[in-house]
Design a protein around this ligand. Structure first.
Ligand code: NAD
Length: 293
């Protein structure tokens, strides 16, 4: 059976290192990294994600602040919050918690965020530089970066391997496929229009799935010995659990664990890594601003 890749353990190690780097910065130049989060509306999941990010910042000594805007806020209010964080020199990273309410255009919002503070790595300039050979983005999106970090720290070779990414969203699937190419994998992409996706996944040495569909990836979709990174975080009804639901990935874990050589659990896999990478991007941004090495 597969080795379980413990994302929480790896993320804890990374957070400890970030904590000591933040202390060293504070002692060296009297500055700490700062992260600003803009939330629109009161989606329960968004509120939870934001709270977790704030707590993680506090734990490593990163200063964090939140602008909570009403569900019906105007585009100008949102841009106002963005530009005041943009002008604040103690803020090194700004993120807009997605999804935004329908009436606000996510693309337009990302356009006005300066790439230098785009710690989510979603600005077209950062995304474009990620896609182009010979160029370096200022920030790499957190979830894809966390997936690669888990592979590297688990000793999985990427160069020359076949990788299949399931999903092509701007925040996970697309940047993950670009990042795997940067690491010299041969990458196939499967999405909602793909016919017979299992024929593509079963050739892959590495499968990263971010479709948002519980139990999509069955054991017989996998090549024996494949490494499986499950980004899916899907609430499914479960009367026996405290809130009436539990989180499950895109992978049918019980089947996959029999076939794969390594697999990430949900929860406790990619989720904790995403937050660790956000802290890491914020620290890197502050280091860049203060030229602190
Ligand atoms: P999305 O809905 O924006 O994109 C889903 C992608 O999957 C699309 O490209 C779609 O074409 C593809 N897809 C949908 N159904 C499919 C199917 N049946 N077969 C093949 N492809 C299919 O979602 P997203 O924002 O990319 O998130 C994907 C999943 O990852 C969700 O479960 C989300 O909760 C989770 N997520 C987890 C983290 C984390 O930190 N762990 C971060 C972001 C997203």
């Amino acid at each position: 059976t597969a080795t379980v890749i413990d994302g929480k353990f790896i993320a804890d190690e990374i957070r400890t290192r970030i904590g000591s780097e933040v202390r060293r910065m504070k002692e060296g130049i009297g500055m700490v990294p700062g992260l600003a989060v803009i939330v629109v509306g009161h989606r329960r999941d968004s509120q939870t994600y934001v709270r977790n990010k704030m707590m993680a910042c506090a734990e490593v000594g990163i200063k964090s602040m939140v602008a909570q805007l009403p569900e019906d806020c105007t585009k100008d209010q949102l841009l106002g919050a963005l530009s005041s964080f943009d002008a604040d020199p103690s803020v090194h990273g700004i993120l807009v918690q997605l999804p935004l309410p329908q009436h606000l255009d996510e693309g337009k919002v990302l356009d006005v965020l300066r790439p230098e503070k785009d710690v989510d790595g979603f600005h077209p300039l950062n995304m474009g530089n990620l896609a182009m050979r010979g160029r370096e983005p200022l920030f790499i999106p957190c979830t894809p970066k966390g997936c690669i970090e888990m592979l590297l720290r688990s000793g999985v070779e990427i160069a020359g391997k076949k990788a299949t990414v399931i999903g092509r969203s701007n925040i996970v699937g697309l940047p993950t496929s670009l990042l795997l190419q940067r690491h010299h994998a041969t990458v196939s992409i499967v999405h909602a229009f793909t016919k017979n996706p299992e024929l593509i996944t079963c050739e892959a040495d590495i499968v990263v799935t971010a479709a948002g569909v519980p139990n999509l990836v069955r054991g017989n979709w996998l090549k024996p010995g494949a490494v499986v990174i499950d980004v899916g975080t899907n609430p499914v009804e479960d009367p026996s659990s405290e809130h009436g639901y539990r989180l499950t990935g895109d992978v049918c874990y019980e089947e996959a664990v029999q076939v794969a050589s390594a697999i990430t659990p949900v929860p406790g896999g990619v989720g904790p890594m995403t937050i660790a990478m956000l802290l890491s991007n914020t620290l890197d941004s502050a280091k860049r601003v203060y030229a602190f090495t």
